[in-house]
Design a protein around this ligand. Structure first.
Ligand SMILES: Cc1cc2nc3c(=O)[nH]c(=O)nc-3n(C[C@H](O)[C@H](O)[C@H](O)COP(=O)(O)OP(=O)(O)OC[C@H]3O[C@@H](n4cnc5c(N)ncnc54)[C@H](O)[C@@H]3O)c2cc1C
Length: 426
């Protein structure tokens, strides 16, 4: 184990692995520390939408830049990422939906995206065998999807090939400061001296920030999804319906998740979520139909783990699956695609997403301590943003500034009371 490094990245999800790759590419001496395995939290559990459509205005410039990078990423990383630029389609059930999507279409067009409202017959060309009456849809041809775990591992492997060092099963439990600057990280395998820490620890980023004396409001929501057995090709687009959202891998498997008219996620109350509750109330009220909040086993496990001095953030904790929701989603899939009835699910999984009070990530350095840089709180969009997140982090380290405007994403916006207006889409 190294005892010093130019930059220490904490977190081996897509953000951390991409940062390791772009930093190593710039010749930086970089070490990445991951408490579990590469992609063992969100980045190995994501659906894989690479979507520009419906992004918050503060996030859209980053997503457009990311989308350009995705085009060459398989070649750049020398790996099959299952990247398919098949577009993204949001299905409108009613004329009211169409009118709402038309507003999103205008915003997208102003940003230069090829989003457009499409008719029922065009939908039939994009999605084969779709039953039901549809009022129309919003389609963005430039959107895409890819396989999250393959992409995350590909970034890690490419980073290692060009000199980054990656240590898994290595948890960071402290950050040492001196005269207002980062001096070292304390890990389960010994200390590492460094002047720069990149915090890309997903849902545990507020814990890590706290070790450096930084307040970062992040809470977690648990999403439950499933994959069907391989099916004949139905679409190359990412499809977002009112009751089921889906994308089909080249393997034929269809990943399914809740649609936009059904609850999207469980919020399990924990000690951390209670600490931040005040900042999240406006967001929670605005999106209350999307979340189901409960005090369940997670609360008890969290309290017991703290009492035993082995808090949850130091080791792997498999998220519970809301099996009932996934089974309901499966039935909606069969209702929309009668020919798929009985195909069955090969697997289900759960994953926690890291959410900020305004649903937009924090990216950038903090004022104090010097040398502490954050990219977290991706609020369910961090896979698509992964390549640009990594590149921007490397620019912040090497050039002292980012090539895309990240000022709206600064961490201090919460303390300044300049929280962004959360966006509802679709
Ligand atoms: C079911 C599901 C579906 C999703 N679908 C999409 C989608 O379609 N498109 C999209 O763009 N996004 C999607 N997301 C969100 C996306 O997965 C995340 O935004 C993204 O993966 C975040 O990557 P990350 O690297 O920032 O965090 P993570 O992947 O969570 O990685 C953080 C890592 O830090 C490690 N860590 C934490 N604390 C420490 C510590 N103290 N020491 C060492 N290591 C530590 C963790 O073990 C973890 O591996 C989805 C998420 C889920 C759960």
């Amino acid at each position: 184990m190294r005892n010093s490094a130019g930059v220490v990245i904490v977190g081996g999800g897509i953000s951390g692995c991409a940062a390791a790759y772009y930093l190593a590419k710039r010749g930086v001496d970089v070490v990445l520390l991951e408490k579990g395995e590469i992609g063992s939290e969100q980045s190995g559990r994501a659906w894989g939408y690479v979507r520009q459509q419906g992004r918050h205005p503060a996030e859209l410039p980053l997503m457009i830049a990311a989308s350009r990078m995705w085009s060459d990423l398989s070649k750049e990383l020398d790996a099959d990422l299952e990247f398919i630029r098949g577009g993204n389609l949001v299905l409108a059930e009613t004329e009211v939906d169409v009118a709402r999507f038309a507003r999103a279409e205008r915003v997208a067009k102003e940003a230069g995206l090829r989003s457009r409202i499409i008719s029922k017959s065009e939908i039939a060309d994009i999605v084969k065998g779709l039953a039901g009456e549809w009022a129309g849809g919003l389609y963005t041809a430039d959107d895409a999807h890819a396989e999250p775990i393959k992409t995350t591992r590909a970034f890690a492997a490419a980073a290692e090939r060009i000199g980054a060092q990656i240590y898994t099963q290595c948890a960071v439990s402290g950050i040492e400061l001196r005269n207002g600057s980062v001096e070292a990280v304390v890990t389960s395998r010994g200390p590492i001296k460094t002047s720069t820490v990149v915090c890309v620890a997903g849902r545990w980023s507020s814990r890590l920030a706290k070790m450096a004396g930084v307040t970062l409001p992040i809470t977690a929501a648990r999403v439950s999804v499933g994959a069907t057995n391989p099916a004949p090709p139905i679409t190359s687009a990412g499809v977002w319906g009112p009751y089921v959202a889906l994308r089909q891998r080249p393997t034929g498997e269809i990943y399914i998740g809740s649609g936009y008219r059904r609850p999207q996620a469980n919020h399990d109350v924990t000690v951390d979520s209670l600490m931040n509750v005040r900042m999240f109330v406006p967001n929670f009220l605005k999106f209350r139909s999307e979340f189901e909040m409960s005090v369940g086993p997670e609360f008890v496990v969290d309290v017991l783990a703290r009492l035993r001095g082995r808090p949850l953030w130091t080791h792997h904790h498999e998220p519970r699956i809301n099996e009932r929701w996934v089974r309901e989603t499966e039935q909606h899939l069969y209702r929309h695609f009668p020919a798929l009835r009985g195909i069955g699910l090969s697997r289900m999984w759960g994953g926690y997403i890291d959410i900020t009070p305004d649903g937009v990530p924090v990216i950038g350095p903090v004022d104090r301590p010097r040398g502490f840089i954050i990219a977290a709180g991706f609020s369910g969009h961090g896979f698509a943003l992964g390549p640009i997140t990594g590149r921007l982090l490397s620019e912040i380290v090497c050039d002292g500034k980012a090539s895309v405007d990240i000022a709206p994403l600064r961490c201090s916006r919460f303390a300044e009371g300049d929280v962004l207006e959360p966006m509802t889409f679709p």
